[in-house]
Design a protein around this ligand. Sequence first.
Ligand code: SAM
Ligand code: DTB
Ligand code: SF4
Length: 335
Amino acid sequence: MALSSKDVIERTAAQASQADIRHDWTLAEAEDLFSSPFNDLLFRAQTLHRQYFTPNEVQISTLLSIKTGGCPEDCAYCPQSAHYDTGTDKDALMDIDSVLAAAREAKRGGASRFCMGAAWRSPTDRDLDAVCKMVEGVKDLGLESCVTLGMLREEQAKRLSDSGLDYYNHNIDTSEEYYSEIITTRTYEDRLNTLGNVRDAGINVCSGGIVGMGETPKDRAGMLTTLASLPEHPQSVPINMLVAVEGTPLSDVPAIDAIEFARTIAVARIMMPASVVRLSAGRNDMTDEAQALCFAAGANSIFYGDVLLTTDNPEREADMALFDRLGLKPSAPTT
Ligand code: SAM
Ligand code: DTB
Ligand code: SF4
């Protein structure tokens, strides 16, 4: 008797094993994955993807910049850093009504999660009061919530957790070795400490990085090895392709090849099989075919809506047309 697709999914889910969830990946193993034949890599990534997730479902988040520009940090990729002249607006923290209006619109558009980003080194306690109210409001709308506010102390993470926050985004960005070429105003260890505070507060961790900043394949392998070596794999792993913005020190870095980008997605999927891997910034510069390759490599989340924080993202209609062509559908919230 032929198996229904539900049977196949249940069967493969039953085969998913704790042995796949490893925290002892070595850099050499990660590099071997990166250099393996592309089809072997995709096959392994796709097999694991189907053991841990419903195939063809993609989690949809919408982003909003709640406090834009004028950031004191010097992240070389970032249009919002006050160190570079990028022409980005400098705005104060948005008021809660405008934020919740945008969240309602995101929900109407089909997002299951609303992510709010602020161009801060770290929030003040007063900032946090305002953000906690926003999180409560977003939750009341029946959306999952995510914020990215910079570094957090232990008690700040606890406050966000008490407000009902589902996810905190804080990226390690690149390998420990390449990191100082990209940011000098805070350390890799600072980032790992914030991730620890978020995890200890019981908030889901969203952490990944950026590909295409002039790093080597070894740096990409190192970044994923660090993420996979955390005490728990981040529940969400955004893989961003650099959006090269005029005025930033990285504006002239040559774009990364789409196949190498898809390899990064596949290696993330294999090293952290139960994590949602987001095909994050950079989709506006990708062809439909390159995005299709990333979904085949195990990406199962996107940012949806025509802006990210300050830069362009594909129009919703274009994304829905792509989903139709590929037979993908948005997944329901899980928290
Ligand atoms: N200020 C907070 C922080 O950095 O922790 C939160 C907002 S920050 C814009 C969030 C993340 O966006 C960065 O860590 C980086 O990974 C990503 N990002 C920023 N600019 C980018 C760009 N031009 N291309 C790709 N990703 C970018
Ligand atoms: C993440 O990993 N990517 C998002 C989100 N987390 C906050 C941000 C991408 C920003 C791209 C540049 C911009 O639009 O300013
Ligand atoms: Fe500031 Fe975040 Fe941009 Fe760095 S990435 S300059 S911390 S807004």
